[in-house]
Ligand binder design. Structure first.
Ligand code: CMC
Length: 358
């Protein structure tokens, strides 16, 4: 038995490979460096789905088809009232659950479009603002930012969001992708698989980490406070958000892809310098406290800075992660349906046996 399934291989996949020793991510035969900053969300989705979902529009037509899917989904926001105290992740999960389940290209298209519409609407509703209807003529990245902020983003902002969405599109058999594959293996449908993915993603050990990264940066305030603050957090038994990884024993290559995107965006230089100082302090302390464990910066640290610079509030960061990762969840779910069997591992019972009848 392996606690946490570290050494268990649960799927053969043509989708992505994570080399934790070399710090290398390959997606469908391309290195992350070839894709991040070059491909759009739509191009990445077409690459991921190639051959897995016949009937899904290819590259050129996918932008228009996704735009139409976003427009169609806005009705769900308009007619489904949600409680005001739901957080953005709970809101996108509740609205996504309104999509009819299935395994075909139409369902996949709606699910790809859904987090864009639902994230922007959830954020605006929490701010007491009316949701903005999608513009089907725009790309997913441009429309997401427009629906969030009410103004057309600059080309640099849209490119930064595309870079983020491509960077997090797929990452081997991470917890949320595994959850999506388990549900798909029961033939429950793609909506159910994506809902499982969102639910697994929201935890702070997985995609819920970047919001707390912002809290940490703000609480530290000045770089000079970093060491004492971080030491205290570790002393309380807390983990430092944005550091460590189950697979990587070196720096997560996605961290650098996102750091480059922040630099290109020309975001607040002071904020970036503060974050770099906190990062260096955290790495030094983790090396002292956990020698030999190789706890390095992971994707979530610079995710927090990039999404903050684009105007997303911290409580919605996980929704934006879901927007990128839905591509991976859907591709893995389809791969599981086509090539896999029901996923049903075993457990070893260690509880008491019934008492023998006298
Ligand atoms: N801060 C402090 N200590 C840590 C951290 C951290 N960020 N990460 C691991 N450790 C310690 C952990 O306490 C344990 O110490 P000990 O052996 O003394 O008990 C040791 O390192 C090994 O930890 P582990 O639990 O075996 O590591 P794991 O592979 O189960 O956990 C992780 C991986 C990502 C959950 C963990 O590193 C963590 O909690 N990081 C902080 C949360 C975070 O940034 N999550 C985002 C992950 S990247 C996005 C994604 O792909 O999901």
């Amino acid at each position: 038995m392996s606690d946490g399934l570290d050494d268990v291989v649960a799927a053969h996949t043509v989708l992505s490979e994570v080399d934790g020793a070399a710090g290398r991510l390959v997606i469908r035969g391309h290195s992350l460096a070839e894709l991040a900053g070059r491909a759009s969300f739509e191009e990445m989705a077409a690459l991921m789905f190639d051959g897995l979902l016949p009937g899904l529009p290819q590259r050129r037509d996918l932008t228009a088809a996704l735009g139409q899917a976003r427009a169609d989904l806005f009705g769900i926001v308009e007619r489904t009232a949600l409680s005001d105290d739901l957080g953005p992740v709970e809101a996108i999960r509740a609205w996504t659950a309104q999509i009819a389940d299935g395994e075909g290209p139409d369902t996949a298209l709606k699910l790809l479009a859904a987090p864009a519409v639902f994230t922007a609407a959830a954020v605006r509703k929490r701010r007491g603002l009316a949701p903005i209807a999608p513009d089907p003529a725009l790309s997913q990245a441009v429309d997401t930012l427009r629906m969030l902020r009410g103004e057309t983003p600059t080309a640099a902002q849209a490119a930064a969001l595309d870079t983020y969405l491509v960077t997090v599109a797929d990452h081997g058999l991470n917890a949320s992708t595994f959850a999506a594959r388990v549900v798909a293996s029961t033939r429950a449908g793609l909506v159910s698989a994506v809902l499982a993915g969102i639910s697994a993603l929201k935890g702070p050990l997985h995609g819920g980490a970047p919001g707390p990264v912002i809290e940490m940066l703000d609480a530290i305030g000045e770089p000079a406070n970093a060491r004492a603050w971080l030491e205290e957090a570790l002393g309380r038994g807390e983990r430092l958000m944005g550091f460590g990884h189950r697979i990587y024993r070196v720096r997560d290559p996605r961290a650098d892809a996102l750091k480059q995107a922040i630099a290109k965006l020309g975001a607040d230089a002071g904020r970036l310098r503060h974050a770099e100082a906190v990062e260096q302090a955290a790495l030094a302390i983790l090396r002292e406290r956990k020698p030999g464990r190789s706890l390095e910066t992971n994707v979530e640290f610079y995710t927090a800075l990039l999404l903050e610079a684009l105007g997303f509030p911290p409580e919605a960061f996980t929704c934006v992660f879901a927007l990128g990762r839905t591509t991976g969840w859907l591709a893995h779910a389809r791969e599981q349906i086509e090539t896999g069997r029901l996923i049903r591992p075993q457990s070893v019972y260690v509880g008491p046996q019934p008492r023998q009848a006298a």
